[in-house]
Design a protein around this ligand. Sequence first.
Ligand SMILES: *Cc1c(COP(=O)(O)O)cnc(C)c1O
Length: 342
Amino acid sequence: MIANLISDTVTRPSEGMLEAMMKAKVGDDVFKEDPSVNALEEEVASLFGKEAALFFPTGTMANQTAIKLHTQPGDQLICDHYSHIYNYEGGGVSFNSGVSCRLIEGNQGRITADQVESVINPPDFYHSPKTTLVCLENTTNKGGGAVYDFEEIKKIRTCCSNNGLALHLDGARLWNALEVTGESTLAYGEQFDTISLCFSKGLGCPVGSILVGSKETMTKALRIRKVFGGGMRQSGYLAEAARYALQNHRKDLKNDHKKAKELEVVLKECVHIKSVEPVITNIVIFSLHNERNEIYFLDHLREKGILLLSLGKGKLRMVTHRDYTPEQHEYVIKTLTQMNVL
Ligand SMILES: *Cc1c(COP(=O)(O)O)cnc(C)c1O
């Protein structure tokens, strides 16, 4: 048995999704003539109460486009030190936009309005970079799938509005956050200038992300996506996968969360493990007692067919997803429990 818990991106399309893809009506999306992409963009824009949306090959490109949209070279953006845009997008913030990051040490990747307020550079002090953008991430990735308190988001929005800053949400896993809190996409749309969302994580699509915002912003985004090389042709096959996932897979995210919670309980009992970050969605991050045990721990599980990710410094990560079956889950729990007597 192989249980791949490295990421929720390891899923393969379901039968139903493949059928939907096969039946897609397509055209050339660079000429805006792909009916499936157009339908997806309209659907997701209205889901968030936004005027427009743009389909992207990756979440990274959607985020990088958003950063480019809201900044000028030399500007500074504010984000948590764990954020994906800072850690895992290849330095794109500086490469693509010529922007620096003012990092905040938040709580599991979440920052507060007070923290934001305290690091905004005075706008007329021309010696320091101009602060123009705040980027939040929900759920947090390196922060262990943590979910923002919506009241804090509203405070951050107010702070941004008062200071003339744009607010972008990296919502790669916002679907997971909404599943837990029951908050609406419309409420989220109201708070942010732009939101990026992934279909290729828990929703189980092979490829695809989307950015939502105002009509004016998304018209600019179209040009930036072109510059970044993200104009795709008959991408309706992928858009149909995304539409299928929203209809049929989104409701299943709760199963991933339940399994992650059950893993948390077992890991807390494991003698090799020092601590487990609070589990709220589908990401489980834990630390071993001894960093040097990492290789032993990972190798032992790999021999048993269980794959997980090392985040370095003795921190390990498991992510549940729709291809992680109840049988695999039972097997992983049994294997972890047996490690206590080794
Ligand atoms: C996965 C992810 C992205 C986008 O990643 P891609 O692999 O480029 O699609 C962005 N932000 C977060 C928090 C993510 O987890």
